[in-house]
Design a protein around this ligand. Structure first.
Ligand code: NAP
Length: 336
């Protein structure tokens, strides 16, 4: 069976996922496209999916009888309504992060999915599919002994003027928030944010860098440096300190050079290159599960947990140095 997919939002990531489905992955085809800007949808249709129908409204795409499953790739504020409509239609739905822009919105999706009775939603937390994180998780489960601490960094060369201090949490740290819950099989209980002196390159409305300290229910302390004007490259670091040993996230594959009396290792500069393979694996997982009428991978519950944690981290930015509690409600059995 070929899964017939409708894509809502045909900007940067919607176009890229459409390319993936049409040109890289097996078992699915894009049969419908929709965007707030119909010209953007028509451009993707012309370039990648000539047989697809362009719908003016995402709701009409979701209801279309030829559409088996939905990809929500529009701007974050529109996700909740589309995901709820997909659940109401009983169709599997891959939703780019964030699942919703508020924790209450994410909870509404959890409640709708629980009422439906089976999983239908996968959230686009693609780091769980990165080969390096998968290997790191295996090392943590089998070799490091019980984790005690995690030291991590998320560094971007630069960000635009529109990137404000809370976006370091909602747009940047959000990936660490999800992947460390998964890596440690643990939940957060508190967050604290510390700001060193502001970097010279940080623009006026951004406090950069910052250090977020998360504590988990099992007592693991996680420090994450977020430095989005680091200048030198896009660099993701993670080291797990356990009872018996320490495991590090592998560096991306690169040609090491001995040249001119130096030892050189190139560092990536674009986040799209860092996780390119994991996007293929996550969508392949979605296609396989959606073909069975369900969803796998990061769930609505994970999206909800990330939203609650993000809100606490933003509150911790505002209350610099103060510990902010993170409380997750009881997890519904659907997500066990
Ligand atoms: P983008 O290039 O701005 O594309 C978003 C598209 O959605 C635009 O074409 C926009 O049209 C359209 N849109 C806005 N409101 C809509 C609505 N109500 N219905 C249908 N389409 C609508 O943004 P992007 O970079 O692709 O990001 C899209 C989502 O993916 C965001 O939530 C982002 O956080 C997420 N994302 C995730 C990753 C990841 O690593 N997992 C990476 C990148 C992006 P207009 O331009 O006319 O507003």
């Amino acid at each position: 069976m070929t899964l017939k997919i409708g894509v809502i939002g045909t900007g940067m990531i919607g176009r890229d996922h459409t390319r993936r489905i049409q040109q890289v992955l097996a078992g699915a085809e894009v049969v419908a496209l929709s965007d707030y800007n119909p010209d953007a949808a028509r451009a993707v249709q012309a370039d990648l999916a000539p047989a697809a129908t362009v719908y003016e409204k995402g709701e009409d795409l979701i209801a279309a009888p030829e559409v088996d499953a939905i990809l929500v790739c529009s701007t974050g504020a529109t996700h909740e309504a589309y995901v709820l409509a997909a659940i109401a239609a009983g169709k599997p739905c891959f939703c780019e992060k964030p699942l919703a822009t508020t924790a209450d919105g994410a909870r509404r999706i959890v409640d709708a999915e629980v009422a439906h009775g089976t999983r239908l939603v996968q959230v686009g937390f693609m780091r769980r599919y990165d080969a390096g994180y998968v290997a790191l998780k295996e090392a943590v489960q089998t070799r490091t002994g019980a984790p005690i601490m995690v030291h991590a960094a998320h560094r971007n060369p630069t960000v635009p003027e529109q990137y404000l201090t809370p976006m370091a949490i909602h747009d940047t740290l959000i990936h660490e928030i999800d992947v460390f819950r998964w890596l440690l099989d643990d939940d957060y209980v508190s967050a604290r944010v510390l700001f060193p002196r502001k970097a010279d390159r940080a623009h006026a409305r951004l406090r950069d860098p910052q250090v977020v300290v998360l504590e988990t229910a099992k007592g693991v302390l996680i420090d994450v440096e977020i430095f989005v004007n680091c200048h030198y490259g896009y660099d993701i670091q993670c080291e797990v300190v356990g009872e018996d040993g320490i495991a590090r996230l592998p560096e991306p594959m690169a040609i090491q050079m001995r040249l001119g009396a130096t030892l050189q290792n190139p560092i990536l500069t674009d986040w799209k290159d860092r996780f390119v393979a994991s996007y293929d694996v996550e969508l392949n997982d979605f296609i396989k599960a959606a073909t069975r009428g369900t969803a796998a991978g990061p769930s609505s519950w994970d999206g909800y947990a990330a939203a609650i944690t993000s809100d606490a981290c933003v509150a911790a930015q505002d209350a610099e140095g103060t510990t902010v509690a993170i409380t997750l409600p009881a997890r519904p059995a659907l997500y066990d």
